[in-house]
Design a protein around this ligand. Structure first.
Ligand code: SF4
Length: 289
């Protein structure tokens, strides 16, 4: 199969972000010593990593009661205050691997709540980080996912404060903040709590998608930051495939695509990205022969 060689441009920001690296490192260290622990939901949104940790003794549960008398590793997304109380009642030891940037959002929101601001969290209602943050923000706080959610608000003359899910798309944040500012509130405070690592990956994704004919976004399908990267690439008009592993990459997709971009989410191991690169390079060799 002779054909033109595919050129690859890989984002420079590849591999785990600081928070994910920290969470996995804590879990591995604990499991090496104690052999068994639980996480409420997957510790990170990447199935390969979750499977690997499961082999080392980390069991994913959906009901906290299952961890009674044992150890719960709090994932990087954090945990709600209500669940913390419940865990204490069940004599569960907690190894807190909440990302410090997520904790920073908790601190900001706690302060704003005391100062009687109505808190708006821009993010996805069902994301574990947002669910926990909403509980910290207390009654009256609101999650806004899209601009139309603002129609439910009667904020004129109110005092509001806005924070964002750490993995939100920055473009979406600015768009919704723009609409909030038109609500004519008495006072409006905006906190850009989107994580820097996420912003860098989004900026690179945009740049690569503008250049490349095709972009592979590598990462967990349930990973919010990876899905946002895929959205960003599509918005730039690039043909985009969101894949979890090299196995999902079909060589037929590479036909007539001379320039291929590769970006990855904050919870994607660098090794998985390398396998994607190798698969494309191997195909290049096969084309030449
Ligand atoms: S993406 Fe940012 S906020 Fe989320 S875990 Fe990684 S470093 Fe922390």
């Amino acid at each position: 199969m002779k054909g033109k060689k595919v050129k690859i441009i890989k984002a420079s920001h590849i591999g785990f972000c600081f928070g994910v690296k920290r969470a996995i490192g804590s879990a591995e260290k604990f499991l090496e010593k104690h052999r068994k622990a639980y996480s409420l939901g997957p510790i990170i949104h990447n199935p390969s990593v979750v499977e690997d940790l499961s082999g080392k003794g980390l069991e994913v549960i959906s009901d906290i009661k299952k961890a009674k008398g044992s150890c719960l590793i709090i994932r990087s997304h954090g945990i709600s205050p209500r669940l913390k109380v419940k865990a204490n009642k069940l004599s569960i030891d907690m190894l807190d691997a909440t990302c410090p940037f997520v904790k920073r959002s908790h601190v900001i929101v706690t302060k704003l709540k005391k100062e009687n601001y109505k808190i708006i969290i821009i993010g996805e209602k069902n994301h574990p980080e947002v669910k926990a943050l909403l509980e910290v923000a207390g009654d009256g706080a609101l999650v806004v996912t899209r601009e139309s959610d603002l129609n439910k608000l009667g904020l004129r003359d109110g005092k509001i404060a806005v924070v964002a899910q750490t993995t939100l798309s920055r473009d979406r944040f600015f768009m919704i903040v723009g609409s909030i500012l038109q609500l004519n509130c008495l006072e409006c405070r905006i906190f850009d709590t989107i994580c820097n690592d996420v912003v860098q990956r989004q900026t690179e994704a945009k740049r690569l998608a503008k250049k490349a004919d095709l972009v592979f976004v590598v990462g967990g399908k349930i990973s919010a930051n990876t899905r946002h990267l895929a959205q960003i690439c599509r918005q730039q008009g690039a043909k985009t495939y969101h894949i979890e592993t090299a196995k999902e990459l079909k060589l037929s997709w590479l036909k007539a695509q001379p320039l291929v971009g590769i970006v990855s989410g904050a919870s994607t191991p660098a090794g998985i990205v390398e396998k994607v690169v190798t698969k494309i390079k191997t195909n290049n060799i096969a084309r030449r022969n």
